[in-house]
Design a binder for this molecule. Sequence first.
Ligand SMILES: N[C@@H](CCC(=O)N[C@@H](CS)C(=O)NCC(=O)O)C(=O)O
Length: 223
Amino acid sequence: MLKIWGRPTSACTQKALWGIEEIGLEYDLILSSGTMGPEGHVSKGGKPYGHVDTPEYRAMNPNGTVPTIDDDGFTLWESNVIVRYLSMKYAAEKMYRNDVQTFASASRWMDWEQAQFLPEQHILVMNLVRLPQAERDPEAVERARVSLLRPLGILEEQLGRTEYIAADGFTMGDIPIGMRVHRWFLFGLESPPMPNLDRWYQAIQERPAFKKHIADPALHLSG
Ligand SMILES: N[C@@H](CCC(=O)N[C@@H](CS)C(=O)NCC(=O)O)C(=O)O
């Protein structure tokens, strides 16, 4: 059975779990992290789930980050690549219509999520959720909010052209951005009206895999 090391509160793990669920694979989740555990972030005194510092784990993933998968002896890290790999191996039709251009387009939006969304949203997560109150920086939050309006505007335009991110139907490209946009709305920060994004976000929230691994606000706001 497919194994995945990660934690349900990690954005990267969530993307992989959403992909696995869309494809319909059975999996075994091994709770793992160097920074979070059942009581939340280590900066608040809790113990981490662990595993990631062991030599066995580092041999699979030298970064010591999550997620990592083992698919029949093949190990892989890097969340969006995990989604791509599993899509190619098990669900090319569903995840990118078995079409190389749709694959490339979806892939492009997945890389874009890492480059344009992740860094600023990480600042928001740390300063709105994870750090102890005394260590939070409201100015960093405001800078990250303003900065994210640009990629959100790009998404709004794109979703005026196509129904989903990379095509007129769901693809793997919707997964990373769907998770980021959900977090954005949960944080409740000010943004201009984005009717195309709202329409797509409504549709994404109806997906059973989203409901199972992404929807619960506690996965994003507790820690
Ligand atoms: N680009 C990598 C980033 C991996 C990463 O930084 N994962 C975070 C969680 S989103 C992590 O491992 N945090 C520390 C921990 O939980 O030990 C990916 O997408 O998989």
